[in-house]
Design a protein around this ligand. Structure first.
Ligand SMILES: [Zn+2]
Length: 450
């Protein structure tokens, strides 16, 4: 067999790996490049293979850097059967619809054709089947595939393939250990001939933190006492639902009084239905429901107001302090959070609570690094609000967890993907010190023969 690397090669975005076995071709993920948004030229480049020849596509999880170019495959004449867990399909549809809206706006701004059309989205959904964790199936002749839980977001998976008498695995994105909703990452099988492994945080250790729920409680309490505005920019899928779940516990069961709370993110609001649906499915989600939960709605409480329309969003301004506003985007470079930042960032009585990774070049990164003033729309906004971080809300395993996960399986060879150069070098060295020495970092378009 041959394995080709057509994305996330010596960089994080664009996951896309092709397996050729006999006369069959199988793809793992088909993500887009997020650096330059939907106008990023790389999204329009040739895939490096002919989409028409791809028989099947296995999708590890619903993040756009793993699914964003799936409709593009269909736009270019491909018709692969698609397989993923149920939540990956449902959250994937929500993410792709949202990306399509943004793409149409950007395509006009950038003066480029659209990456794909509505009909390509429809075609992708029609070809997309749901499979369960740990139930093996023959994905194409002679290839047995199995999904396992990575604990990264709802429905996230790593994929194990058995073909030509060999066993290979693709890590997808591996979650960090602390999360209120997800199972921990499942162990890799042993006897792996090859592991294609992410390396996002190959050079980083997450700090040991005080319980983040305690930190969240303290910030909400402090904001209430000083009658301020607490802004929480949050990624719409997983992070927002985790925060709501923890707030639900704090408010309904631990007596915290938050003031009014606004969820001002249409994408997050849509995704809650998927989380609610799977909250009873112990295969997909786990959490200890506290005694005496008032209802089975784990992501809502009486102080929470959903602002799905633009008018409702504008009315948040009229609500008296103290108030809490959860809004996208997570890195603050788009979305409704920007309107709130313009309005509230220059008041020392207010707080901005950063809950996730901020990529260099984003507004969130600038603010988190202490830049002031910052430019938002046509305004220069002074940052006088307190800027606080909850570090342990991280979606990716650090090198300690990732390393232990790899080492427990002792794969014969490892190909690192989904990481920048520094992270990949550091992780290669780390694995070598632990005895895993056959580690490579393939470039775009490279093939490995097994
Ligand atoms: Zn991911």
């Amino acid at each position: 067999m041959q394995i080709g690397f057509f994305g996330a090669a010596r960089q994080v975005p664009g996951s896309c790996f092709l397996i050729k076995t006999g006369d069959k071709q199988l793809l793992i993920d088909c993500g887009y490049y997020q650096g330059g948004g939907m106008c990023d030229k790389r999204n329009y480049d040739e895939f490096g293979f002919d989409p028409k020849n791809v028989d099947a596509l296995l999708v590890t999880h619903a993040h756009l850097d793993h699914i964003g170019r799936i409709p593009r495959l269909f736009h270019q004449g491909g018709k692969p059967r698609i397989y993923s867990t149920g939540p990956t399909k449902e959250l994937g549809q929500i993410n792709l619809e949202d990306a399509h809206h943004i793409m149409l706006i950007h395509a006009e701004e950038c003066g480029v054709e659209e990456l794909y059309g509505e009909e390509d989205l429809e075609a992708a959904y029609k070809h997309w089947e749901k499979v369960s964790y740990r139930s093996s199936f023959e994905v194409v002749d002679g290839v047995i595939a199995t999904f396992y839980d990575t604990g990264h977001i709802l429905g996230s998976s790593f994929v194990v393939l058995e073909l030509e008498g060999k066993r290979i695995a693709f890590s997808g994105d591996v979650g960090s250990t602390i999360t209120p909703l997800l199972h921990d990452t499942e162990a890799l099988p042993t006897n792996l001939d090859l592991l294609v492994c992410e390396s996002t945080y190959g050079d980083r250790l997450h700090p040991e933190h005080a319980d983040r729920k305690t930190q969240l409680r303290e910030e909400i309490q402090k904001n209430f006492d000083q009658k301020g505005v607490l802004m929480i920019p949050a990624f719409s899928i997983e992070r927002t639902q985790e925060i709501l779940f923890e707030m639900n516990e704090l408010i309904e069961h631990e007596g915290l009084v938050p003031g009014q709370v606004f969820l001002d993110s249409p994408l997050a609001i849509t995704a809650i239905a998927v989380f609610q649906k799977y909250s009873q499915d112990t295969e997909m989600m786990q959490f200890d429901v506290p005694e005496g939960f008032a209802d089975n709605n784990f992501f809502a409480f009486k102080e929470l107001q959903i602002t799905d329309t633009v008018d409702a969003s504008k009315r948040i301004n009229d609500a008296p302090n103290p108030k809490v506003i959860i809004a996208g985007s997570g890195m603050m470079n788009a979305g409704r959070i920007q309107h709130h930042l313009v309005r509230y960032l220059d008041d020392a009585n207010n707080t901005l609570l950063v809950t996730g990774y901020q990529a260099p070049g984003t507004l969130g990164h600038d603010i988190a690094e202490g830049k002031s003033p910052v430019h938002i729309f046509d305004y220069n906004v002074k940052v006088r609000a307190r800027v606080m971080k909850i570090e342990s809300y991280s979606g990716h395993a650090d090198y300690n967890k990732l390393g232990n996960w790899v080492l427990a399986a002792q794969p014969k060879t490892v190909q690192l993907v989904h990481g920048d150069e520094g992270a990949q070098k550091a992780f290669t060295t780390y694995l070598a010190t632990k005895g895993v020495t056959d580690v490579s970092t393939p470039g775009f378009g490279e093939w490995v023969t097994l």
